[in-house]
Every structure is written in structure tokens, then in C-alpha cells.
Design a protein around this ligand. Structure first.
Ligand SMILES: Cc1cc2nc3c(=O)[nH]c(=O)nc-3n(C[C@H](O)[C@H](O)[C@H](O)COP(=O)(O)OP(=O)(O)OC[C@H]3O[C@@H](n4cnc5c(N)ncnc54)[C@H](O)[C@@H]3O)c2cc1C
Length: 218
């Protein structure tokens, strides 16, 4: 069984729904309507009416590790976010993400990179392949997160970033943010938690804040 991405929630806006409600109510000066349990309904209404700019007041930060450069490149195309990524100038490529479709194909990635001898790391990286594993920290506001999840949980998205999106989705779901995910279709799952992609088995690593995916069948 191969290990694929790990996604860990590092931080999330405290009382996020309450903050969004507080911000949203300023426009109609209806702060007096805030009660102990009014936030979820209010946020649901904002989403239904398409007033999603108010969702930008809350954000979450995730550490995503053990993904390929293919996947991280797809991730950073989402411009409304902040990123910090492992530097290939300073860190050697020592791990590779091999797609599950390669399970019966012998591939020896590391040999290709070490065969150049004494080349500085910053130049060696020109020969790194897209399969090189990387880690990246991403901060996205809730509006951007919803957009990312809609795009990357879609059938058209590639398996690896779909796995990342699925981990993010589950972390938010189990963190009590079901209502911001309601109109975003999760991947279908079988009874034992297997994703609809034939590749993955998702597992919760440590508590509810970290998810990882593994391949099945090899
Ligand atoms: C299945 C799939 C296949 C893809 N294939 C390709 C491909 O073949 N080639 C390729 O290059 N990319 C491809 N992409 C990437 C895609 O084109 C987007 O770059 C990526 O999905 C990020 O989406 P976004 O720009 O909407 O998100 P973000 O950059 O996060 O932007 C969010 C939203 O903000 C607004 N916005 C952001 N920047 C601007 C701006 N400058 N002007 C106006 N509005 C803005 C838009 O409404 C945008 O939807 C693919 C994506 C998917 C999901």
C-alpha cells in the first residue's frame, strides 16, 4: 500500500461562523439580532443569496505534505490564497510520488537525479521530475476554500489533488463546518470509507485534524 498526501489543519479562525455573522450584519445594522445560535442560519443565508464576500473574514491554514510537484502546481493555481512551499533550492529531492497506475511498472526515480555528481543543489533541481514529493502550507479564506473544493472535488479533477481536496473537505466537515459544504458534492464513498476513486482509502491519522490517503490494491 502506497502513502499519498497528508493534510493537517494548523489553524482556523476561532468562532468563524460568529465572526462571519458579525461582519455580515453590519450592512443592515442588525447586530441586535445576534443570539447564541443565530450564526449558522445567517451564514447559510449568505451562501444561498451569493453574498460570499462576507465569508472571506474567516480562513484556515493547512499543511499538505507528501504530494507531487504536479499536484502542488495545480494547487497554487488557486490565486486567492497564501502559500509557503519547501524549497527545491535548499532541499534535496529524496521522495517521489508514484501514481497508482504505475503499480506494476518498475521505476527507479532517484538514480536519475544522483547521477550528475557534484552539481550545486540550486542547479540540480532543474532536472527534478514532476513526481518529486513536496510539502506546502496554504492559507485560504472560506470563500476561496469553497471554490477550491468545488473545482477539485469535481469528476474532472485529477486523482491526487482530488485526494487533497477530499482531506480538506473531511477536516472541515468533522470540524463542524458542514453548512459551508452543503452545496459542494463530496466524492461518493462506500460503506467502509473508500473514495469513489478506485485508488484511495482515506484514514484519519491523529485526532480529527489530520487526514491522509493511501492507495488500495497494491
Ligand atoms: C479539472 C481542471 C482542469 C484544468 N486544466 C487546466 C489546463 O489544462 N490548463 C491550465 O492552465 N489550467 C487548468 N486548470 C486550472 C484552472 O484554469 C484554474 O487556474 C484553477 O482551477 C484555479 O481556478 P480559479 O482561477 O477560478 O481560482 P483562483 O485563482 O483562486 O480565483 C478564484 C476566483 O477569483 C476570481 N479571480 C481571481 N483572479 C482573477 C483575475 N485576475 N481576474 C478576474 N477574476 C479573478 C475568479 O472569479 C476566480 O474564479 C484546470 C483546473 C481544473 C479544476
Amino acid at each position: 500500500m502506497r502513502e499519498y498526501c497528508k493534510v493537517e489543519l494548523l489553524s482556523i479562525t476561532p468562532n468563524a461562523l460568529q465572526l462571519i455573522e458579525r461582519a455580515g450584519r453590519i450592512s443592515h445594522k442588525s447586530e441586535d439580532k445576534i443570539t447564541i445560535d443565530s450564526a449558522p442560519k445567517f451564514v447559510e443565508m449568505l451562501i444561498r443569496l451569493g453574498h460570499e464576500s462576507v465569508l472571506e473574514h474567516a480562513s484556515a491554514t493547512f499543511e499538505i505534505s507528501n504530494i507531487s510537484r504536479v499536484c502542488s502546481h495545480q494547487l497554487v493555481r488557486h490565486r486567492i490564497a497564501s502559500y509557503t512551499q519547501e524549497s527545491q533550492r535548499h532541499c534535496k529531492a529524496d521522495k517521489f510520488i508514484i501514481p497508482p497506475t504505475f503499480c506494476n511498472v518498475p521505476v527507479d526515480f532517484p538514480k536519475v537525479i544522483t547521477s550528475f555528481g557534484d552539481i550545486p543543489q540550486e542547479d540540480l533541481r532543474y532536472f527534478y521530475i514532476n513526481a518529486t514529493a513536496t510539502s506546502i502550507i496554504v492559507t485560504m479564506n472560506f470563500r476561496s476554500l469553497r471554490h477550491f473544493l468545488k473545482e477539485r472535488l469535481s469528476k474532472a479533477a485529477q486523482w491526487e489533488i482530488k485526494g487533497v481536496a477530499c482531506c480538506v473537505y473531511d477536516i472541515l466537515l468533522w470540524g463542524g463546518f458542514e453548512l459551508i459544504l452543503r452545496d459542494i458534492s463530496p466524492l461518493r464513498r462506500t460503506a467502509n470509507g473508500t473514495l469513489d476513486s478506485k485508488y484511495f482509502l482515506m484514514s484519519c491519522n491523529t485526532g480529527s485534524d489530520m487526514y491522509s490517503i493511501q492507495s488500495i490494491g497494491d
